[in-house]
Ligand binder design. Structure first.
Ligand SMILES: NC(=O)c1ccc[n+]([C@@H]2O[C@H](COP(=O)([O-])OP(=O)(O)OC[C@H]3O[C@@H](n4cnc5c(N)ncnc54)[C@H](O)[C@@H]3O)[C@@H](O)[C@H]2O)c1
Length: 272
């Protein structure tokens, strides 16, 4: 569903578990050329090079650039000289788990909140600023969010950053319509990745998700369903969609509570 032969930049590759990895593979399978960005060479050595799910051939086939999204000159360098770029995926977030996540919401660590805001939200604007001129024929930007219509335990300041990110998606959609660049986000259900494993109580959250979700939700296998929606928002089938948050979460986020016994499939285990 992307435009075959066009180039897409997918930012936020850490290892083979990353949503960015599945998204990149999906774009490539559909005939797109993929450039991945990794936070730094140190991160590449520590995570990507030691990722056991990748063969040497798969690792060698990745077109990688380094980019710390808080450094505008590094973001500018990624897109410098590019023309005809089809789209960009922003699959980046960070919050110090010791201060911004966990059982206690209140914290004195204002610098940590500020850094989290910069990386998880403001960086989408930095990206748009430097990437849009490379989308000379119009294009699309897709970011990644998590349900902001409910408050989840432990997710604390990351929930605040995601709400701000969604507001920024709408602001950028307004700003870049004149450039024929669309800006949207996919709101994914919980999926096991390195970032997710740093969220205290993530395992409990996945159980809540499965209890609420009208469709089955698999926290490992459903990365592909998320990647499919990202590709839809990157490509021409979504040509009049901008400023939207598309939930790919099995439907859990709109439910008014856990499913009752009579709402479950007969094959599902039920409480006595
Ligand atoms: N995994 C989930 O359950 C889930 C659900 C909904 C949304 N998301 C979102 O998906 C996105 C990707 O996360 P993921 O789950 O694939 O985890 P991940 O750990 O694989 O990816 C997070 C990425 O952010 C990058 N990053 C952090 N600080 C950076 C910086 N200063 N500069 C450049 N890159 C930086 C990391 O290097 C990493 O590549 C995030 O926005 C996350 O919030 C994840």
């Amino acid at each position: 569903m992307i435009e075959s032969g066009k180039t897409y930049v997918v930012m936020g590759l850490l290892d083979a578990e990353s949503l960015a990895y599945t998204i990149g593979k999906t774009i490539a399978r559909m005939g797109g050329k993929v450039i991945h960005t990794v936070q730094s060479e140190v991160f590449k050595r520590r995570f990507l090079d030691s990722s056991k799910q990748l063969t040497d051939e798969e690792r060698a086939g990745l077109d990688l650039r380094y980019c710390d999204i808080t450094k505008p000159e590094q973001v500018e360098a990624v897109f410098a000289g590019m023309t005809g770029l089809g789209g960009v995926v922003h699959s980046i977030a960070y919050a110090n788990p010791k201060t911004c996540l966990g059982e206690e919401f209140h914290t004195d660590a204002i610098d940590d909140i500020t850094l989290s805001h910069h990386i998880s939200c403001v960086s989408l604007a930095t990206l748009a600023r430097y990437a849009v001129p490379a989308m000379t024929g119009g294009g699309a930007i897709v970011s990644m969010t998590f349900d902001t219509s409910h408050v989840y335990p432990h997710y604390n300041w990351m929930g605040v950053q995601k709400a701000a990110l969604e507001a920024l998606v709408r602001a950028l959609a307004r700003r870049h319509g004149r450039d024929r660049v669309r800006v949207n986000a996919v709101s994914a259900g919980p999926l096991w990745t390195k970032a997710a494993s740093k969220i205290p109580g993530f395992g409990e959250l996945t159980k809540v998700w499965n209890a609420n979700s009208p469709l089955p939700w698999n926290t490992r296998d459903d990365k592909q369903a998320v990647a499919n929606a990202v590709v839809f928002l990157l490509g021409p089938y979504s040509e009049k969609i901008t400023g939207q948050i598309l939930a790919v979460d099995g439907g859990a986020a709109v439910m008014g509570g856990p499913r009752l016994a009579h709402e479950m499939a007969n094959s599902e285990p039920r409480d006595a």
